[in-house]
Every structure is written in C-alpha cells, then in structure tokens.
Design a protein around this ligand. Structure first.
Ligand SMILES: Nc1nc2c(ncn2[C@@H]2O[C@H](COP(=O)(O)OP(=O)(O)OP(=O)(O)O)[C@@H](O)[C@H]2O)c(=O)[nH]1
Ligand SMILES: [Mg+2]
Length: 214
C-alpha cells in the first residue's frame, strides 16, 4: 500500500457528523499521549497533518483524514489505488480532565466505536515502555464484549533498547493471552524513526482488498 495523498477532511463532535461516504475506515485509539496523532503523521509521511503535543489531551474531536483521493472524482479500478479514511480519536484516561469532560470524551469515543458502521478496524495503541495498564486491559475486554474488530500497535519503540523491546511485547501478549484464546494482530512502531510503517500499510492494504471484494 502506497500513500499517494493524505488530507485533513473534517472534525466531528458526534458520530452523526462524520463523513457519509462508505470507504474503508481505520481509527486510532488509546490513552492520551500514547502517540495516535503522531502515528497518523508517520503513516502519511506528513508531520503537519494531525496535531500532536507533548501535553496529553490534545485531540478533542473525531478527525477524519482522506487517504489516496480518487483522481478527478473517478473511482480507480485497482483496489490498491482506492481511497480510504484514517481517523484520529481523542485519547482516554487523562487524569487531569474534569469528571464531566472525562465522561463526555468516553461517550464520544464509545459511540463512534459502536455506531460508526464504516469503521473497518480499530487500532489500539499501547506504549511499549509500560507494564500492561488496567485501563487498557479493561478497554480491550470491552472491545471483545462488543465484538469490535481490532489490532494492537505498540508505540514509541525508539524509547526502549532493542533488547527490551521484544521482551516487553512478549510480556504484554502473554498478559493478553490470559484473557484471549486467540491474540489480535500486533505491530511494533516508532513515529520517530518510522519503524513498522511498511508492515502497517501492507496490513491496511490487505484488509482494504478484503472489504472491497466483499
Ligand atoms: N520518541 C517518540 N515519541 C513519540 C512517539 N509517538 C509520539 N511521541 C510523542 O508523544 C507525545 C504525544 O504524541 P501525540 O501523537 O500527540 O499523542 P496522542 O495519542 O495523539 O495524544 P492525545 O491527542 O492527547 O490523546 C508527543 O510529544 C510526541 O512527539 C514515538 O514513536 N517516539
Ligand atoms: Mg492526538
């Protein structure tokens, strides 16, 4: 999968305001500051596309980005050239938010995930430096209960030594296997040095091919 074009489309406070087009759609979720917006920029190879910040709580709306716009409105015949969406979501679990804000964000995120029929797959981002966090494990359980298709992306791989990287990933997957018979697909990435970019884009390309043929 090659990204030819990537552009910001719209920010929505509610799922009803999201684009109506039925294109394959991939959304990024995870704790505030885990690196969702940075990963979108890394995939698109454009650091100005999604707004990032060292302070958690930056993304506050559902942001749609159109990837591989159809030339002059014509739908390309090859599935690999067809347009699709990337969606940047606000993070969860930012302790400094007021309780009311926290509830509003949780509602925005959960209604997007449960009601957005176009959502093909959710990518759940996990900071590879950290021990498995309760909030993420509970979120994963909630995804399972609701039958939401998801894959895991470990982020910030450049922040740990090569030696620790594999061990941390295996440790996390082992924790998950206590809950799950079959583990979801997983990817190890860094937005700093683009690690995992090709693997992720190839996977999205494969899923796009499957949904477009269906
Ligand atoms: N070293 C390193 N830093 C990263 C990586 N990904 C993100 N960061 C940094 O982590 C911070 C948060 O990144 P964002 O992409 O804004 O995180 P987010 O998940 O979108 O955060 P919210 O929108 O607040 O939920 C920024 O300072 C980024 O530069 C990475 O792969 N490696
Ligand atoms: Mg963000």
């Amino acid at each position: 999968m090659t990204i030819r074009t990537a552009e910001y489309l719209i920010s929505s406070a509610k799922v009803e305001q999201c684009p109506k087009a039925e294109l394959p759609e991939y959304a990024f979720i995870g704790r505030s500051n885990v690196g969702k917006s940075s990963l979108i920029n890394m995939l698109a190879d454009n650091n100005k596309l999604a707004k990032t910040s060292a302070t958690p709580g930056k993304t506050i709306l559902i942001n749609h980005f159109l990837i591989n716009r159809a030339p002059e409105g014509k739908m390309p015949t090859s599935p690999a050239d067809r347009p699709w969406y990337l969606v940047d979501l606000p993070g969860y679990g930012y302790a400094k938010r007021s309780k009311k804000d926290q509830e509003n964000f949780e509602h925005m995120i959960s209604s997007y995930i449960l009601e957005r029929e176009q959502m093909t797959l959710l990518f759940l981002l996990i900071d590879v430096r950290l021990e498995p966090q309760k909030i993420d494990l509970e979120f994963i359980e909630w995804l399972g209960e609701n039958g939401v298709p998801f894959a895991i992306i470990f982020t910030k791989a450049d922040k740990v030594s090569k030696g620790r990287l594999g061990g941390n990933v295996q440790h996390y997957l082992k924790e998950l296997s206590k809950q799950w018979e079959e583990l979801p697909p997983h990817f190890v990435t860094s937005s700093e040095n683009s690690m995992g970019r090709e693997e992720l884009l190839q996977y999205i390309g494969e899923v796009n091919g499957m949904v477009q043929e269906a």
